[in-house]
Design a protein around this ligand. Structure first.
Ligand SMILES: [Zn+2]
Length: 260
């Protein structure tokens, strides 16, 4: 049931944003050559991606039923349990994303997402399928240990699904609204900086939903460091040809050098 709801939610917003992007881009060239690799990776990953919220929910439900986990041992219930659980899983997502850049084993997989040379809604789930299996196991453990509320997990997953789609789109919020939200919420403009090919810019704005974690841990970057005409997406070691070669992308995590 949860998977069906999240999948329908995701498909609906994917379709709406894709249609809006096509409409917005009708008078300029679109980087369509990326789509076969991106859409195939979405196809390979989407079922596995659903395992993350599902296993986290199952873990939270098990913790609640058995009284396991820190929050259950402390007797936290109701709205306070929901809010603490939501903030905890949001912070955990930030830390996992940071670790995906800093731990070579995780970067082997996460670099596939960053190798896209342009961003649009198809970049959202451009990821190596195996990373979702790894993250499902990790999330299962942390949710049980902390005893997080399963309903907060589902709400968080639904919100992050929507925000993740918005983060990669070519559509932008009106500058005034973006500036108003950016100190608190990860906006598309902030996330686009994270996809820069310049490491000093990539190593910022790791939050999935809230921008407060980046501000707290000093990884927040409001504007790109380089002038607009020098800004490029992707990874310097991935040419456009390599970043659209599906076979090379699927093999990339298993090479000798995690950074190649
Ligand atoms: Zn990243």
């Amino acid at each position: 049931m949860i998977v069906e709801v999240l999948l329908s939610w995701w498909l609906l917003f994917f379709g709406l944003i894709a249609a809006a992007e096509l409409l917005e881009a009708r008078h300029r060239p679109i980087a369509r050559q990326r789509w076969p690799a991106n859409l195939t990776l979405i196809g390979l990953s989407s079922g596995l991606a659903a395992i993350i919220p599902l296993s986290s929910y199952a873990s939270g439900q098990w913790a609640q039923d058995t009284g396991f986990g820190v929050l259950n041992w402390l007797g936290v219930t109701g709205v306070i349990l929901f809010v603490i659980s939501f903030m905890a899983i949001s912070l955990w997502d930030y830390l996992v994303h940071l670790a995906s850049h800093k731990i070579p084993f995780l970067w082997r997989f996460h670099k596939i997402h960053h190798s896209d040379t342009e961003l649009d809604v198809t970049t959202t789930f451009r990821a190596h399928p195996i990373i979702y299996l790894i993250l499902s196991g990790v999330n299962f453990g942390i949710v049980a240990i902390l005893g997080l509320d399963p309903f907060a997990i589902v709400w968080h997953a639904a919100i992050v699904l929507l925000l993740d789609l918005s983060h990669h789109t070519t559509l932008r919020l009106p500058p005034r609204i973006d500036a108003m939200l950016a100190p608190y919420i990860m906006t598309p403009a902030l996330h686009h900086i994270h996809h820069s090919d310049h490491v000093a810019e990539t190593d910022t704005n790791y939050g999935h939903d809230l921008a407060i974690w980046d501000r707290l841990f000093k990884t927040y970057l409001k504007d790109p460091k380089r002038p607009k005409n020098k800004f490029r997406y992707g990874l310097t070691q991935y040419s456009e040809k390599r970043s659209t070669d599906l076979h090379a992308l699927l093999k990339a995590p298993f090479g000798k050098n995690p950074y190649s």
